[in-house]
Each structure stands twice: as structure tokens, then as C-alpha cells.
Design a protein around this ligand. Sequence first.
Ligand code: FO1
Length: 324
Amino acid sequence: MSPGDSYNTYTVLSGGVGGAKLALGLDETLTRGQLSVIANTGDDFEHLGLKICPDIDTLIYTLAGIADPETGWGLNNESWQFMESLEKLGGETWFRLGDRDLATHLRRKELLETGRTLTEVTAELCRAMGVEASILPMSDDPVSTRIHTKEGALPFQEYFVRLQTEPVATGFDYAGSETARATADVLATLKHDSLAAIFIAPSNPWLSIDPILSLGDIKSTIIDTRVPVVAVSPIVAGKALKGPTAKLMEETGLDPSVTSIAGHYSELVDGLIIDEQDASLQDEIEDMGLRVGITRTVMNSHQDKVSLAEFAIEFAALLGGKKA
Ligand code: FO1
């Protein structure tokens, strides 16, 4: 970013682990106050009397540099005494809550019970953990992602964790999204006149991004924005880097390719960033009206995350204003 640019803030829509990697790269590349992250809350659920917000916590922990590097969720150097004791007492332990992670959930519960919104509580947790970027829950109202299967509609964490994404998916819905409102902070960020670009992180489009877009105001604001909107494909060479994206695509009749991702986002984005391994599909995607950025999108090292973020910022700047 050259200094003095009036368009110098960025917003990224993100779910958990995959999206958090790009958010971290952007946070490292940008300076204080330049990045806001719109976090998916469709995975949130009440469990053991706690309000669990997995994507928010994964984003906070990742940007704070304290996330478990193996799983991407939960905390590094964790201990599991609480889970072991709960097991002995006959409690549910299929959803793993580490001893340090437990403090986050208890503190969130305590703050929510004072009447603070999820947005305010999330800002408080970010402050406590030294995260400067603003992590904005998509809504302060409940929205629950459900996966439709032959056995019926499954709540997200039942599908994702307890059943290890085994069931065959036939569709999705986001319960509550008809009445849930995007928060004022989210809409202000998306409409801010300092905004330079909107990014859609390489999270699962159906499980992590669409819940955010299911909030009417957010989708319409993104469609109407004058700034470039750029998505990073979560699929590389027909495979998802993490999670069930490719499996879900096959189960719902989609070819697990970057072309299908382009089709999913074509009404919303100006450009799609794909991995070098998918370069041969550039023309096909450009024929859909999208600009294509080609780079290494597989993020293993810290530098990978920073390089992809820098590429995304440059690519968005190239796109300039919204397509006519
Ligand atoms: N994912 C798992 O696969 N198994 C778990 O036991 C688990 C526990 C967990 C605890 C806190 C948290 O913030 C996330 C946790 N996750 C776990 C990940 C979570 O299910 C996913 O990160 C998201 O919901 C999908 O992005």
C-alpha cells in the first residue's frame, strides 16, 4: 500500500481454519486499523451450557498466534484435564474443549450474560488476546447452519465433529437467517468510503461463506459495492485443502473444481484467485465474466499466507472499480 491512499481498508469474509490463514496473511501485510474480518457464526452452538463460537475463536487464536498449529482450531500447548474429568463424570466429550480454551468460552458466557452483544464480547476477547484486527461476527442474532442428509437436517457440529462429516449431504440451510440482521459494524465496514477491496477467504463456500451471504443486507451490499470483490478458491486441483468441501460438492452434484467455485461466486465477485495447478482453467473462468489471478494458494508456511495476502491486495488493485 503506498502511503496516503484514501482507499486503504480491507474486509475479508471468513470461516474457520482455511479462512483464518488468509486473514493472518492480510493482518501481517496491513497496518493497524486496515483489516476487518466478517466472521461466520453459523457453526455456533450451545454446548455444556456454553456458547461455542468456533470460527470466531479460530480467527482470534490464529491472529493472536496462539492457535494449535496441527488442527488450526483450539489453543497451542493445550492440556485436557477438564475433558478427562468430564468423561469420568459421564459428560459429553465428543466436542473437545481444552483447559485453556475453556476459559474463553466461560469468559464469553459471563460477558454475554451482562447484556453485551456478541460483537462487543468478541472485541473484548480480541483486546484481551492482543488481536488488533477487528473481528466482526456477521450477526448478533442466531443463525444455525444445518446440513440436509437422508437422516434429516443435522446441526453443523453434529455433522462436522460428532459424525466426522460422514453423512451424505443433499443440501444446506441457515436457520434464522431470514430474520437475523447483519450487525451495524459489519454494514458500516462494507460501506466505508475508505474500503479498497472485499475478499472472500478460501473457506467452504456452502458451510462458511454462504451463511454470511444468507444475511440479505450483506449480500446486497457486496453486490452493490463499487470496490473490487475477490474470492480465493478453497479448491486446488479438484481437492479441498482441508475439510469436506470437495466431498460436499460431489454429493450435491457439483464437479469439485475451481470452475464450480467460480460459478458459485460469479454473481458476487469480480475476480477469483486460483492455484497455479489450475492455470489451465483460466480461460473457462474468464468466459464466465470473472478476472483470474493465478498464484500459489496453498498456505503451509507463514510466508505462504503473507504472499497470498499481498497477491490478493495487488490483484484487487488491478481490478479497480466494480465490473460495469
Ligand atoms: N473440530 C473437530 O473436528 N473436533 C473437535 O473436537 C473440535 C473442537 C473445537 C473446540 C473449539 C473450537 O473453537 C473449535 C473446535 N473444532 C473441533 C473445530 C470446529 O468444529 C470447526 O473449526 C468449525 O466449526 C468449522 O470451521
